[in-house]
Design a protein around this ligand. Sequence first.
Ligand code: MOS
Length: 757
Amino acid sequence: MADTPMVAAHHVRLGSNSGQSMTRKDGLAKVTGKANYAADNRPEGLLHAVFAGASIARGRVTLLDTKAALAHPGVVHVMTPENTPALSQDPDEKTTPFTARIDVLQHNDVRYAGQPIAVVVAETLEAAIEGARLIKAEYDEQPARIGFDDGEAFTPEAVGISTPPKFATGDLEAQRKQAASSVSVVVETPLQYHNAMEPHAVVAAWDGDKLTVDMPNQAIGLAKPGIANYFGIPAENVTLRSPYLGGGFGSKAVLFGPQMLGILAARELKRPVKLALKRDQMFGPVQHRSATRQTVRYDIDADNRLLAFEHQANVSTSSFDNWLDGAANAGLSLYATPAISVAHSGTRFDTGTPGAMRAPGIATGSAVIECAIDMAAEKAGMDPLEFRLHNYAEKDHSNGKPYSAKALRECYETAANAFGWTDRPPKPGQMRDEDGLLTGWGMGTSIFHAPFFPAKARAVLRKDGTARAETSGADMGQGAWTALWQMAADGLGMAADDIDFDIGHSDLPDGSVAGGSAHTASAGGALFAAGNDVIRQLAEIATKDSDSPLFGAGNERLIGENGRLFKASDPSVGEPYTAILERAGIDEIEGQGRGNRDKASTETYAMFSHGAVFAEVKVDPDLYQVRVTRLIGAFAAGRIINPRLAKSQLTGGMIWGMSFALHEEGVHDKRTGRPLNNDFAGYHIPVLADVPHVEALLVDEDDPHVNDLGVKGVGELGITGTVGAIANAVWHAIGVRTPRYPIKIEDLLKGAEALKA
Ligand code: MOS
C-alpha cells in the first residue's frame, strides 16, 4: 500500500504484500539449475586459474620453481611475485574500515598457511589444478604461532570495524562490595571458518579498461569502488554481477586476495579468467571467526539481583591486520546490571585475518554469558527462566536508553510454553528417556542489534500498469529476492507479480550491505520509499487533472493499492494508475528512495531484536555423546515481512548455534600452522540427522522507532542464545560444564570424572 501525500510518518503502513508467507521468488530458478552463480559463467575464451598456497604459516618464500608447471601442456601462464605487476593501491592499505589487507603476490612474505604464492592459468581447469601442484617452493620458515599461549599479545584500538575495545559504566567495585555471591567462568571458543556452500569465486573479463566481474558479494556498493581502486580504473568502469550467493555468513562482504588475483590474471592475459576456491582454500585467505578466551563474572545480591557484570575477551586476529571479534560487547544490553565493565585484548595468530561471521561478537560472547547466567541462577536456587525474568532489563543498562521495543518477556513465555519448560527438574542428571539416555533442558536469551544502512533504490511505473523496482542488494540465501520484492510492491501499491524486480548487480542503485541483519530494513525501506515517490508524483498529476476523479484532492490523503489511486476518506473515489498516465500522455514515472531512520530515534533509543531459545539434549551416560533433540525459539524482531522466510532464517540461525556448540572448530597443526581439518570430513557442521526438531516461533512486536517501517533483522538473531542454551542443557543432563566450545566428549568425560571424585 502506498500512502500519499508522503507524511513524515513515523510508522508507515505497509500493504498487503508484506506479511505474506510468499514462497521464494528465486526458488524455481534454483531448483531447475537456472540460477547462475558466479562460477557458472563461461564467457568466450575463458581461462582457468588455480592458486598454489603456502605450506608454511610464517616466513618467506626463498625460491619458487615454476618450470614444471609452465612445461605442462595447457598451462598458459604462471603468476608469481616476480612477474606480477603492482596494483594501483597497496593491498595492505586500509582505505575504508571495511577493507581487509589481502595477499595478491606483491611480496615474498608468508603470513598464514594457504596464502596464495603463485597463480597458474591454463586452458582447462584440470591443467590449472595440475599446474598448481607442480609449483615447487622453498621457504625460510619461522615457527608458527597459533593459540592464545603462543600468539603475540597486543592492545587493540578497536574491535569489529570501529567499536572501542573497552567500556565501563557504574561503579564495579562499589557494587561488588554489596554482593552476596558471584559466579565467574572462563570459556574458549575456537577459530571457525565460514564455509559457505558456494566457495568464493570470480569470473573476470576485461574490455580495454572496462571490467566485468561475476563474483558473489554481500556489498556491491563497496566492492565496485574497491575493485576500481585496486586496478586503477574509475568505478563506473566496473560491472559487478552477483545475482545469487550460495551463502555468505559475512565472508563475502569484503574483497579478498584470490578473487583479485583472478581479475589480475585476466588483465595480464587479455582473456576472461575464472578462479574458484577449492574447499581447502577457504581455510586461510577468506576470513574466519576469531578464536576467543573469555572471562565472564556476575556479582549478585542477597535478593538474587545482578549487581555487576564483567566481561573480558582475549580475541585472535592475524599478524598483519587488526580485525577482532567483539565478544565482550555481547552482554552490554542484555540483563539489568548497574555496573558494567567489558574489555578486549588481542592476540596475533599466524592465520589469515578474521572478519564478521554469523552474529560477530554477539554469538561468541553470548555463548559464554548465557552459561554464566545459568550458573548464577543455580547459585541463587532459582529456575533459569525465573532468574532471567528477575533480572530483566527494562532499559539498556550500558547507556540508560529505553528500548525502541522489547517483547522479550513474550518470547520467554511463548517459547517456554511451546517447549514445556515448567516440568523441568531443577537439579542436573534427573531425567532419562526410555532408552536410558540422560536428558537435559537448557535455555538462553537471544539479542541482536538493529543497525540501519543508507541504501538506495529506484522504482519505475509504466503506462501499461507494470513496474520495475531495483536496488543492488544481495540474496545469499536469506530471501532478499522475495522479501525485498514484497516491500517494493507495497511501496508502489501493486501486486508483486506486476513488478519486474531486480537486485544483485552494480548498475542498480546502491542497496548497501547485506549484513548486520539490516538488509530488509535498509534496502527494503529504500524500495518502499522509491515506490512511494512514484505514487507521490502520480498523485500530483491526478489531482491537477480536471478529468480525474481525484482532481483538487491535492491536500487529501490518497492511497495507492492494487494499481489504483483513491481517497483514503472515500475509497470509491479514485482511478487506476494506467488511466492517470494515459490521459497525461506519460510513458513512465521514475521514483527514487532511501530508507529512513529518524536521527533523534537513534540517539534516544536502544534498538535490538530479541528472543529466547530452549534446548533439549540427550547424552549417552557411557559414551558422553551429545545429541540435540529439540530446539524451540521465539523471537521478536519488529514487523515481519515474510513469516515463512523469517522462520527459515531463524531456524537456520539456531542450527548455526548448534553447529557452534557441538561441531565447528578449525584445528591448526601446532608445528606448521597448517589447517588440519580443511574439508567437510574434518570440519564438522550439522547434517539433517543432527537436526531432528528445530522450531522458530514469531512474537508480534510493534517497534515505532527503529525505522519508518518498524522492520528489524532476523538473520543473525537465532544463533545468539542457542549456543548457551545447548551448553546449559548439557549441564542439566549430566552436571558438567566444559571449558571450551565445541563441547567435546573428552571434556565431558573429564568433567564427569571430576564430579565423581
Ligand atoms: Mo554478516 S556476519 O553481518 O554478513
